[in-house]
Design a protein around this ligand. Structure first.
Ligand code: FMN
Length: 287
């Protein structure tokens, strides 16, 4: 079977065998300096300038404990390892992990009724670990953003911001339009990022993936999208990258993936996303 071609970031071990690598993409790990408080875009000392769409300060919530100690009541058995040895008082204490469920809001960057990216989103949901739950954040009914709306958002835009606010993390599944982000998706991001000081993406864990009928599988659009999400201060998963060269024989309409190596790759991508979400939110849960 002719497999879709998939690409991962340079410097990242290839963990999924049988995947053809087209080229390397280096994801630099640095950020822009900030200009400080005030309206974004103002130069600092006439040299570099940054911006902080930000969020108005909120109280920091205590860190969620993902692993809990529990008394099991079990007795240590002969030959058992240190973890099973009885503690003082005869009871054994061992660590039990608690898997937390995360709500993922996902954007499909296409308005097409036959969108291949919507098919890809179904495949990702099917292959994702059980602790991720998905809700689509619709973008098709939004008017074009204008700052004139900042004082009174229309209901569609308020719903969008509330949906992002309910999400622990966001996932973007997008086509590439003219080597960039589809306008409808950019419009949705602009709505969610405003009004100034109420940026819904601030510190939100995020991942980007896309499918194209073209050879480079939305690579250029994803780089544009990453730049936008970086400015919006989303906590992006930088690796693995996933540029899907879509072939209809590999994807069923309901998201079934018939090629094993593709399914393994996509499942690995979603597993890494789950780990990324947990890592980000364990450091500092959303306020
Ligand atoms: C306006 C427009 C621009 C496009 N530009 C690109 C492009 O830059 N790169 C690419 O690989 N495919 C491009 N395509 C082809 C898309 O990959 C293809 O239409 C794909 O099916 C879009 O994803 P969707 O089915 O999820 O809407 C473009 C399609 C349209 C309609």
């Amino acid at each position: 079977m002719d497999r879709p071609r998939l690409v991962e970031a340079a410097g990242v071990p290839f963990r999924w065998r049988g995947i053809e690598v087209d080229h390397d993409v280096v994801a630099p790990r640095h950020g822009l300096p900030r200009a400080g408080a005030g309206e974004p875009g103002l130069p600092a000392n006439g040299q570099v300038f940054g911006a902080d769409l930000g969020r108005r300060p909120t109280a920091v919530r205590p860190v969620v404990r993902l692993r809990a100690r529990a008394d099991t009541g079990a007795r240590g058995a002969p030959g058992a390892g240190p973890a099973a040895r009885p503690a003082a008082g005869g009871r054994t204490r061992r660590k039990e992990s608690t898997v937390r469920t995360y709500q993922v809001g996902y954007f499909v960057g296409s308005l097409s009724s036959t969108s291949i990216n919507r098919v890809l989103s179904r495949a990702l949901i099917r292959l994702a670990p059980e602790n991720l739950e998905f809700t689509e954040i619709p973008i098709g009914g939004l008017p074009l953003y204008s700052p004139d709306y900042d004082s009174a958002y229309p209901p569609e835009a308020t719903a969008l911001k509330e949906a992002v606010g309910r999400s622990d993390a966001v996932l973007f599944v997008t086509p590439e339009y003219n080597r960039s982000i589809p306008g409808a998706l950019k419009n949705a991001i602009d709505w969610a990022s405003r009004p100034w000081g109420e940026n819904s993406f601030d510190h939100v864990p995020a991942a980007v993936i896309g499918a194209s009928i073209g050879q480079i599988g939305t690579a250029v659009a994803q780089q544009s999208l990453r730049a936008v999400l970086s400015f919006c201060n989303a906590r992006q998963m930088t690796a693995p990258e996933a540029y899907i060269h879509y072939r209809p024989e590999v994807f069923g309409d309901d998201g079934e993936v018939t090629d094993d190596s593709t399914a393994t790759f996509l499942a690995g991508f979603m597993q890494e996303f789950a780990v990324h979400v947990e890592r980000v939110l364990t450091v500092l849960p959303r306020g």
